[in-house]
Design a protein around this ligand. Structure first.
Ligand SMILES: *Cc1c(COP(=O)(O)O)cnc(C)c1O
Length: 480
C-alpha cells in the first residue's frame, strides 16, 4: 500500500506568479559579461512555487515522519528523551557558532570544553576526559586503542578482549577494529556475568581486559560489578565501561568507583541533543590517571587560569578526528548539566528507572519478560519476548504500534532474546503517555488473539505499508 507523496516538482509551475521581488530599477548587466561562459548554468529546474504552497508541502512531509515532538519514542538503547529547547538556543549563540578552532580568541570555547570534561569526571568518577569522539562507537574505538597503547608501551603482548553476549553490538565491533580478537562470555540466567567463567577466561594470560555494557542490553545492572573489576585487575587486565546508557545511574553511582579504567558516555543520549536519523553525536572517553597520557590529541588543559590546547603528545593514541569534536553537542550537554544540577540529574535517573519499571509491571500479564527470575527491578529499559498468540511476532507488534500513532521500540535486539522488544520510555514521558503506550500494547495483544490478520499485515495507516525488510535495507528506492 502506498500513499503517493507528491514531490515539490509536481505541485504546479507558475500557477500563481511569485512576484515578491520588485522589478529592477537599475541597469541590467548581462551575466556573460562578468562570468566565463562555462560557469553559466543554462537552465535551473526549480519549481516556481508560491510561499504558502512550499510551507504546506514541507509541513505535510514533516507530519509523515514520527518524532519526539509528537509522542513517546521508546527506542531501547537509544534514550530518545525530550530535549529542552533552551539547549538548542544556547548552542546557536553567535559566540559559539561564529568562531573557528584556529582562531586566537577561542578561550571561551576551550573553557566550556574543559569544564564539561570536569563535570563528566565528577559524574563518572574518572580523572580526565576527551570530548573529541563524535559518537559512542568512535569513543569505544578510541578507548580500546588507549587500552592497546597501554600494553604496547609496557612491551606486553595482549590481543584478546572479553565481551559478554549482553553487550551492545558495537563493543565486539570496536574491539575487532582495534585488532583484538573477542572472547564471548555467555550471560547466566539472571542476565549477569558468570564470575567463574570470567576468571577462567582471564587466566589465558593474553587477555587485555573486559568491555562491559552496564546496564547491559537487557537493562540489567550487574550486581557483581565490583567483583568483576577485581577479577580482571587481578590478572593484569583493564576494565572498559560502555556508559552509553548512563541515564539510569548518573548521580547515583560512578563507574570509576566500581573500578573501571576507561569509560565512554553518549552525550547525545543522556545529556540532551536530538539524535534521530543518525547524528550528530559525541562519545567522550574518560580514563583513570594511569591512562591520561594516552588520550587522543589535542588535549585541553588548564595552566594558571589559562586554557591551553596541546596538539601533540608522545604517548597519545594520536588524532581521531578534526579539531575538538562536535562542539554544538558539547554546548548542549554543558547547558543540560548546568540546568539540571546534581539533584536534577539524580531525579532524571530515578524517573527513567521508575518509568521503565512501571511499563514493565503493567505489561507483565500479557508479555513474557525473560531474565526476570527473581523479579528484580530493571534500570531505564527492559526487554520483552514478544511471541504472541497465533504466531504474532515482535515485528508485527512494532508495525501495529505505528498504526496507533506511536513509535515502535527496538526489535530483535539484543540477540539473546528471540522476539526481543527493547522498551526505553525515558524520564521525560508523563504517566498519561506511558498509559497510552501500555494500552496500545494490550490492545495489540487482544487483537493477536482475536483477529491476528490485521496485525500481521500492519501498518495500514503509514505512507508506506509493510516493506520487504531485506530489499528495503539493501536496495532502498529513495526517489520516485
Ligand atoms: C548507542 C550505544 C552505543 C553506540 O553509540 P553510537 O553513538 O550510536 O555510536 C554503544 N553502546 C551502547 C550501550 C549504546 O546504547
Amino acid at each position: 500500500m502506498t500513499n503517493n507523496i507528491e514531490l515539490i516538482f509536481e505541485k504546479g509551475f507558475s500557477e500563481f506568479p511569485c512576484n515578491f521581488v520588485p522589478s529592477m530599477d537599475i541597469p541590467e548587466t548581462q551575466i556573460d559579461q562578468i562570468l566565463p561562459k562555462e560557469f553559466i548554468r543554462e537552465k535551473i529546474n526549480i519549481p516556481d512555487t508560491p510561499e504558502f504552497v512550499i510551507v504546506r508541502h514541507f509541513m505535510n512531509l514533516s507530519e509523515k515522519n514520527h518524532s519526539l515532538d509528537r509522542s513517546i519514542y521508546p527506542l531501547g538503547s537509544c534514550t530518545m528523551k525530550y530535549n529542552p529547547r533552551i539547549n538548542e538556543v544556547l548552542c546557536r549563540l553567535p559566540g559559539f557558532t561564529q568562531i573557528h578552532p584556529l582562531q586566537d580568541e577561542n578561550e571561551g570555547s576551550l573553557e566550556l570544553i574543559h569544564e564539561l570534561g570536569m563535570q563528566l569526571c565528577e559524574i563518572c568518577g574518572m580523572d580526565a576526559f576527551t570530548l573529541i569522539p563524535s559518537a559512542g562507537a568512535q569513543g569505544e574505538l578510541a578507548g580500546i586503542l588507549i587500552m592497546k597503547k597501554y600494553f604496547e608501551n609496557q612491551g606486553i603482548k595482549k590481543d584478546k578482549i572479553i565481551v559478554p553476549d549482553s553487550a551492545h553490538g558495537t563493543n565486539p565491533a570496536s574491539s575487532a577494529m582495534a585488532g583484538f580478537s573477542i572472547i564471548e562470555l555467555k550471560s547466566d540466567e539472571n542476565g549477569e556475568i558468570p564470575l567463574d567463567q570470567l576468571e577462567f577466561a582471564m587466566q589465558e594470560g593474553d587477555v587485555a581486559g573486559l568491555m562491559l555494557t552496564n546496564p547491559n542490553t537487557l537493562g540489567i545492572f550487574d550486581r557483581n560489578i565490583t567483583k568483576i573489576t577485581e577479577i580482571v585487575h587481578k590478572y593484569g587486565g583493564l576494565c572498559y565501561y560502555d556508559g552509553a546508557n548512563l541515564n539510569p545511574i548518573m548521580g547515583m553511582t560512578r563507574p570509576g568507583d566500581m573500578g573501571f579504567d576507561i569509560i565512554h558516555v553518549n552525550l547525545h543520549k543522556t545529556f540532551s541533543t536530538p539524535h534521530g536519523g543518525g547524528g550528530p553525536g559525541a562519545g567522550p572517553v574518560g580514563v583513570k590517571k594511569h591512562l591520561i597520557s594516552h588520550l587522543p590529541c589535542p588535549q585541553i588543559i588548564k595552566e594558571e587560569e589559562q586554557f591551553v590546547c596541546i596538539d601533540e603528545h608522545e604517548n597519545s593514541i594520536g588524532r581521531i578526528r578534526s579539531f575538538w569534536g562536535n562542539f554544538g553537542v558539547l554546548v548542549r550537554a554543558y547547558s543540560y548539566i548546568k540546568a539540571l544540577g546534581a539533584d536534577g540529574l539524580k531525579r532524571a535517573a530515578n524517573m527513567s528507572v521508575l518509568n521503565a519499571n512501571y511499563i514493565r509491571s503493567q505489561l507483565q500479564p500479557e508479555y513474557d519478560i525473560p531474565y526476570n527470575s527473581q523479579g528484580r527491578f530493571n534500570m531505564h529499559e527492559f526487554v520483552v519476548d514478544a511471541h504472541l498468540p497465533n504466531d504474532v511476532t515482535a515485528e508485527d507488534v512494532a508495525k501495529s504500534l505505528l498504526d496507533r500513532n506511536l513509535y515502535a521500540p527496538t526489535i530483535y535486539f539484543p540477540l539473546i532474546i528471540h522476539q526481543a522488544m527493547m522498551i526505553e520510555p525515558t524520564e521525560t514521558e508523563s504517566k498519561r503517555e506511558l498509559d497510552r503506550f501500555i494500552q496500545a500494547m494490550k490492545d495489540i495483544y487482544q487483537q493477536a488473539r482475536e483477529d491476528p490478520s490485521i496485525i500481521k499485515t500492519a501498518p495500514h495507516k503509514t505512507p508506506v505499508g509493510r516493506l520487504d525488510n531485506t530489499l528495503a535495507a539493501r536496495k532502498p528506492i529513495l526517489r520516485e
